[in-house]
Design a protein around this ligand. Structure first.
Ligand code: AMP
Length: 214
């Protein structure tokens, strides 16, 4: 299975990607996670990306394409993958197509998860990340708890800079203007499956599994 998970920031791509990755035993490749790890490790890439990400802007295409080429050179991608957060510009989509051609991959599907913008703003404002393991939780999941349910770190929850309301609105604007054309690009190739992202995690996941099984 080779999927590109597509949708506005906060629509639930990461959560769904993790579930699919566990179910089908294929890697979840999140360009946002790769960048956040680089920021945490303060690598050259991380130093470059840090400010861009906290402003809510996109990291330049050539940097992102380099990251993806490197990631796809690893053998764990041979059996399939769930790509989350890439491509985010038409140029990235064109370069990804070239890479897939070189790799003889021609069975990808783009899963478009859609939701109302105001709901997205509310959801992102309501979520917290663990600074140790990067997992994301809703406020109700971690209510009164100071311990991360995933890695057990203490006092590690924080609101990501890019989840603050003014930054979210900017990211949604960039999504509409720069990322949405990617959807049309794949629609022309007949590769899009669309799913409503507004249900619970379990509902969205089961709808996705049903559609993918067709
Ligand atoms: P995400 O966790 O996917 O929402 O990504 C967090 C941030 O990482 C984005 O707001 C961008 O600054 C950056 N980023 C992730 N993926 C890409 C991409 N494909 N192109 C450009 N920037 C990206």
């Amino acid at each position: 299975m080779r999927l590109l998970l597509f949708g506005a920031p906060g629509v639930g791509k990461g959560t769904q990607a993790k579930l699919l990755s566990a179910k089908f035993n294929i890697p979840h490749i999140s360009t946002g996670d790769i960048l956040r790890q680089a920021v945490k490790d303060q690598t050259d890439l991380g130093k470059k990306a840090q400010e861009i990400m906290s402003r809510g802007d996109l990291v330049p295409d050539d940097v992102m394409i380099g990251i993806i080429k490197y990631r796809f050179s690893k053998s764990d991608c041979n059996a399939g993958f769930i790509l989350d957060g890439f491509p985010r510009t038409e140029n990235q989509a064109v370069e990804l197509d070239k890479l897939f051609e070189e790799m003889n991959i021609n069975d990808i599907k783009l899963v478009n998860i859609y939701a109302d913008e105001e709901e997205i703003v509310k959801r992102l404002n309501d979520r917290r990340a663990c600074k140790e393991c990067g997992n994301i939780f809703t406020l109700s999941e971690i209510e009164n708890s100071k311990i991360c349910p995933n890695c057990k770190a203490r006092n590690s929850f924080y609101l990501r800079d890019d989840d603050k309301e003014e930054v979210i609105r900017k990211r949604l604007g960039i999504f509409r203007k720069t990322t949405e054309p990617v959807l049309k690009y794949y629609e022309k190739q007949g590769k899009v499956i669309s799913i409503n992202g507004l249900g619970s995690v379990e509902e969205v996941n089961s709808e996705m599994l049903n559609i993918l099984a067709d």
